[in-house]
Design a binder for this molecule. Structure first.
Ligand SMILES: Cc1cc2nc3c(=O)[nH]c(=O)nc-3n(C[C@H](O)[C@H](O)[C@H](O)COP(=O)(O)OP(=O)(O)OC[C@H]3O[C@@H](n4cnc5c(N)ncnc54)[C@H](O)[C@@H]3O)c2cc1C
Length: 279
């Protein structure tokens, strides 16, 4: 049970959503955007947030679409992980979606919710960081589209009142060679100890990570090491794992030391499989 009353709005357009947000704010009310609701409802029940209103974006057509237009794939922020996986439109993102939570929750959790939520892993961000994707946002100042990597720095850097409308993935990434490694401490559906997501463009490996640090990231320094084929795979893996942007993350699932160990082994396996033609 949610132990307080709140206003529920379900706008039919982007403008209506932003106008509603502005109106509530002008009345001194706090409002949050709402998609799958899995995190928002849990946090309301636990008392960690107490919004006066939720603005459900699922009825906004632009947020619900999933379509290929020419070469580019457009995915609405309100698409569920299961819809994205089932579409098979971007296999690497489909692999990420298929390893978050269980099937029941995948039918509810949305792309926008995973990117904007408070759970630190934000695993769907990795394929988007690697694929030269763009993101469209709508807020009090209207619509803007920007490179995903410029807006996502560990978490979405949204302006007040802004929400994610869509991501746009270029055609090359939809068919590129790719790999997705997620290691968990116990069950397959657990949060990641580490997630290494990779894609190749022009025969060069791009890699992004989550679980190993307190936020998802992509590092050009690490990619340069991984792509140096003059060095044996195990040495590249060892060196790359030493270039994290912050000390390895530790919690009850696994210490920083253990996560680093798992990362090194996963990177070595990734490089060996790639060079043996197994990816
Ligand atoms: C059982 C379970 C297991 C999980 N396992 C993993 C995991 O292994 N890896 C992982 O990465 N995550 C995992 N998650 C986290 C999950 O992806 C997030 O909790 C996500 O926020 C839920 O999405 P939602 O659509 O239900 O979000 P909601 O509850 O609707 O929203 C969550 C937050 O995002 C904001 N938001 C939602 N949509 C938008 C938008 N379009 N624009 C701006 N803000 C928006 C909301 O305001 C709110 O702050 C798990 C969650 C559950 C319930």
């Amino acid at each position: 049970m949610i132990p307080f009353d709140f206003i529920y709005c379900r706008p039919d357009s982007m403008k209506e959503a932003a106008d509603e947000y502005n109106k509530l704010q002008a009345e001194g009310k706090t409002a949050v955007y709402y998609a799958g609701g899995s995190e928002t409802i849990t946090m309301c029940r636990a008392g960690s947030i107490r919004p006066d209103a939720v603005i459900d974006i699922k009825n906004i057509p632009e947020c619900a679409m999933l379509t290929i237009d020419g070469q580019t794939l457009h995915i609405g922020a309100a698409c569920t992980l299961n819809q994205i996986k089932g579409s098979k439109a971007f296999p690497l993102l489909g692999l990420a979606c298929g390893r978050i939570a269980d099937h029941t929750n995948q039918c509810r959790i949305t792309l926008g919710g995973n990117l904007c939520g408070t759970i630190i892993y934000r695993e769907t961000s990795l394929p988007l960081m690697l694929s030269d994707a763009d993101v469209t946002l709508y807020g009090p100042e209207g619509l803007r589209t920007a490179p995903f990597q410029s807006v996502f720095q560990g978490r979405m850097q949204l302006k007040p009142g802004e929400f994610v409308v869509q991501v746009h993935v270029p055609g090359w990434a939809l068919h590129a060679r790719c790999a997705h490694i997620k290691r968990t401490a116990n069950e397959k559906i657990d949060y990641p100890l580490i997630n290494v997501t990779a894609i190749w463009k022009d025969d060069l490996l791009r890699a992004a990570f989550t679980g190993i640090c307190s936020h998802p990231f992509r590092s050009q320094e690490i990619e340069a090491v991984l792509n140096d084929r003059t060095v044996p795979c195990d040495m590249r893996a060892e060196k790359a794992a030493g270039l994290l942007p912050e000390p390895a993350y530790g919690d009850v699932e696994g210490s920083g030391e253990y996560r680093s160990f798992v990362l090194k082994n996963s990177l070595r396996a990734l490089l060996e499989d790639s060079e043996n033609g197994e990816i």
